[in-house]
Design a protein around this ligand. Structure first.
Ligand SMILES: C[S@@+](CC[C@H](N)C(=O)[O-])C[C@H]1O[C@@H](n2cnc3c(N)ncnc32)[C@H](O)[C@@H]1O
Length: 304
């Protein structure tokens, strides 16, 4: 590639940071480094070490194009095709939701439950796995656990499996395509050598689509335009997925098992009532960092 003797990597970093800052894309410094790192194929340390090197014309053009897309509202994660979750990175596909920090709270609530002395997480199912964020985080935190990840999007499942492979947990993960628990119908213990993956499960976990259909049009463009509608839409009252999951969960849950669900900030009462009517007792309601209702944990009622 030819160089035009022009802008250095460091000067470009400063220019990108200023442009992002002016457009309110924060943290601007981090975003600028991620864009530069993605286009140049360099980590943070090399961006500093090579800061005086001039950019060639092709790299400049690629950086300017990516900056323009970012300023036009494309999310950074979609631009670079990756998103951090806990201490690891997930590759994204157009069909996967960008994993959110709120979902780390769901994983932490599950880890808190199974971190207690008389409870073991041996096998779980993650319904609507998307990029595999929840399943992979659990497999990393619980090295003895086996997981099944389902989704109705085959492209999402392919992304989840690729992420699991890159992160070294694919041997403990089965993926199945289909509608909620229906995806499990062709799952047998023979799918993998070793313990039976077929359930019953110690944990049924899901971050399902939970946005009311009439709210979707009002979402920020970064979400509405760039996240797949299948990952957002919870039907007319936002509760379709909870109905489907909770009405079948009792048949797949081990006797002392846990159902862990991410919820919308205004859905705790409705989802708790749904759980109660379908044989579950609320074990815990967990708030997010903003203090909003975010996660519900259920166990089976004693008399079930
Ligand atoms: C809110 S996203 C969550 C993705 C991922 N678990 C996460 O937390 O980042 C919901 C996921 O459910 C999947 N989904 C939607 N409807 C489904 C259905 N009927 N059966 C199975 N999965 C479904 C979507 O494709 C999407 O991947």
């Amino acid at each position: 590639m030819s160089t035009d003797g022009g802008e250095s990597i460091e000067a470009c970093r400063r220019r990108l940071t200023a442009a992002l800052q002016a457009a309110g894309k924060t943290p601007a410094g981090l975003e600028a480094r991620r864009i530069l790192g993605h286009v140049l194929g360099l980590g943070d340390a090399d961006l500093v070490l090579k800061g005086d090197e001039p950019l060639d014309a092709a790299a400049r053009a690629a950086l300017d194009a990516m900056l323009a897309e970012r300023l036009a509202g494309k999310p950074l994660a979609r631009l670079v095709g990756r998103q951090g979750f806990f201490d690891f990175e997930l590759d994204l596909a157009p069909q996967t939701l960008v994993p959110r920090a709120d979902t780390e709270i769901l994983v932490e609530a599950v880890a808190g439950f199974f971190g207690q002395k008389d409870r073991a997480l041996r096998r779980f199912v993650d319904l609507g796995t998307g990029s595999g964020a929840i399943a992979i985080a659990l497999l990393r935190q619980f090295p003895q656990a086996l997981g099944v990840a389902t989704d109705c999007s085959p492209e999402a499942l392919a992304a989840a499996l690729a992420n699991a492979g890159r992160l070294g947990v694919a041997a403990r993960l089965e993926v199945r395509c289909g509608d909620w628990f229906d995806a499990l119908s062709n799952l047998t213990g023979a799918d993998l050598s070793g313990p039976d993956f077929a359930g019953p499960f110690d944990l049924i976990v899901s971050n399902p689509p939970y946005i009311r259909d009439d709210v979707i049009e009002t979402l920020e463009p970064e979400v509405r335009v760039h996240d797949p509608v299948l990952a957002l839409s919870g039907g007319a009252d936002g509760l379709d997925a909870y109905r489907a999951i909770l009405s079948a969960a009792g048949r797949h849950l081990a006797p002392k098992g846990l159902v862990a669900l991410e919820i919308g900030h205004d859905q705790a009462d409705a989802v708790s009532a749904l759980g109660d009517s379908l044989g579950f007792q609320r074990h815990r309601l967990v708030h997010d960092l903003a203090g909003k209702d975010r996660v519900l944990l259920f166990t089976l009622k004693e008399n079930n």
